[in-house]
Design a binder for this molecule. Structure first.
Ligand code: 4AD
Ligand code: MG
Length: 432
């Protein structure tokens, strides 16, 4: 069996060594009786050159298209003009699949993002997408690493559910045999049930929202990292989220400097990310925003534009806390010291990105929860098993949900959330 090396290792093998690589044609040009092929694999790109004197390989090389696959063998040679400083002087091409003309060329790549979304199954091969995918891999890995390293059990919740967590307007309805069900908006209620068994739990799973507006930061299917902790309060959520996010960013800086550079991402804003994050109360935020010219009254929600303006005042992510009751879901615990506000927090990513986390303390008293469900014009019958958690051994508890795609979007410095994942789903897009 032939030994293959990855493209990134060609430079370290050393001049004069015979190597075999496998990959895809990234670029190709013919000059002066030679074919220059830039070969791409999962680790990078390397230049290979095939001379006319090498009849059989030359004929094969001439036929290759962009993204044709190939296996080649040749000698490593120092070549300062080649990417990485080395090239492969090809002696043979034991395998090539020429295929059709690749439908994405450089002009298409620049011109039309809708076209690239239609071609996403092929565009995932681009160096940009490849870099995002590698960073995304680090982010998911680091989330699991952090939770597992801090005493959390990983759990799984169902995706088919029967009642809303985050309000009825964004529920996806599905036919479920003879009845109807919904796709989950959040695993929170199930995590709340599981803390009575495991105390500290987390899950990383899809959540679904029938978001009818098309924005830069909303998907209809997104990846949600959620956690719930028994005997915990708002203060604990501040600490957990700032440590978790800082850990993820640190791992990306350790592992993905090359990918960040391919994406043209400045690393300085990421290097600033260290706990503790500044805390800004909703009241203070309204003050800051009013001074910046936003006509915002106490009690109104803080939207994307306001979040953007607010985050530009800080160099770190911020904890925006104590939202008014009416802008947060019914399960949020009201602050006994100021009942018109809730013990809630959103973490806003800097540089204008805004909300990446929502969470806080939950109502743990049965009567208080029933009262608030009614005050929100919801039906307590729809929440019977959730209310049970307040009937048997209820304890103060808190939790949060982190939008992983939004986190990746900010870390990568992307303009649009759909570029933070390989196969995005939004109002108008169900394929590829
Ligand atoms: O703020 P949200 O709606 O909070 C919850 O769902 C809570 N039940 C979570 C919990 O406490 N366990 O959503 C949490 C995060 C948001 O901050 C955002 O980052 C992300 O999920 N998110 C979305 N990401 C992409 N597209 C969407 N449509 C999103 N909706 C929420
Ligand atoms: Mg939210």
């Amino acid at each position: 069996m032939q030994d293959f090396i990855h493209v990134k290792d060609v430079a370290s093998v050393g001049e004069g060594k015979l190597v075999s690589v496998r990959g895809w044609v990234y670029r190709k040009r013919e000059i002066g009786g030679k074919v220059f092929i830039v070969v791409r694999d999962s680790t990078g790109i390397v230049q290979a050159v095939v001379g006319k004197d090498n009849g059989d390989a030359f004929k094969k090389a001439e036929q290759l298209n962009i993204e044709s696959s190939l296996v080649l063998r040749g000698y490593v040679k120092r070549e300062p003009r080649a990417p990485g400083g080395f090239e492969i002087q090809v002696i043979d091409i034991p395998w090539s699949f020429v295929g059709w003309q690749f439908p994405i060329n450089e002009d298409a790549a620049k011109a039309d993002s809708e076209y690239l979304l239609d071609m996403r199954h092929l565009w995932v091969r681009s160096r940009r997408m490849q870099s995002v995918l590698k960073i995304r891999d680090t982010v998911f890995g680091a989330i699991h690493e952090w939770f597992r390293g801090n005493g959390y059990y990983e759990v799984q919740a169902p995706m088919f559910i029967t009642s809303a967590v985050e309000g009825g307007s964004t529920l996806f309805e599905v036919n479920y045999f003879d009845s109807k069900a919904y796709l989950t908006q959040s695993s929170q209620f199930y995590l709340e049930a599981l803390i009575f068994s495991l105390e500290k739990v987390y899950t990383v799973a899809p959540s679904f929202r029938a978001e009818k507006s098309r924005t830069r930061r909303h998907l209809t299917e997104f990846w949600h990292a959620e956690a719930e902790v028994a005997w915990a309060g708002l203060e604990d959520i501040f600490t957990v989220t700032e440590n978790l996010i800082s850990h993820v960013v640190k791992r990306v800086l350790e592992r993905n400097l090359e990918e960040l550079s391919i994406l043209g991402r400045r690393t300085e804003p990421l290097e600033n990310v260290k706990p503790p994050f500044p805390r800004v109360s909703y009241d203070e935020a309204i003050g800051i925003l009013n001074r910046k010219g936003f006509d915002l009254k106490w009690g109104s929600d803080i939207g994307a534009d306001e979040e953007r303006a607010l985050t530009l005042e800080f160099t770190q992510p911020i904890h925006l806390h104590h939202f008014p009751e009416q802008v947060k879901a019914f399960y949020h615990r009201n602050d006994p010291a100021r009942p018109e506000t809730t013990l809630s927090v959103d973490v806003l990513a800097p540089e204008g990105y805004g909300e990446v986390v929502g969470g806080g303390e939950r109502i743990f008293d049965y009567d208080e929860l029933v009262g608030k469900i009614r005050r929100f014009n919801l039906n307590p019958d729809d929440y019977q098993w959730y209310l049970d958690l307040r009937r048997y051994g209820s304890v103060p508890h808190a939790g949060f949900g982190l939008g992983v795609d939004r986190l990746v979007m900010w870390i990568c410095g992307l303009d649009h959330i759909r570029d933070a994942l390989p196969f995005p789903r939004d109002m108008r897009r169900l394929k590829p």
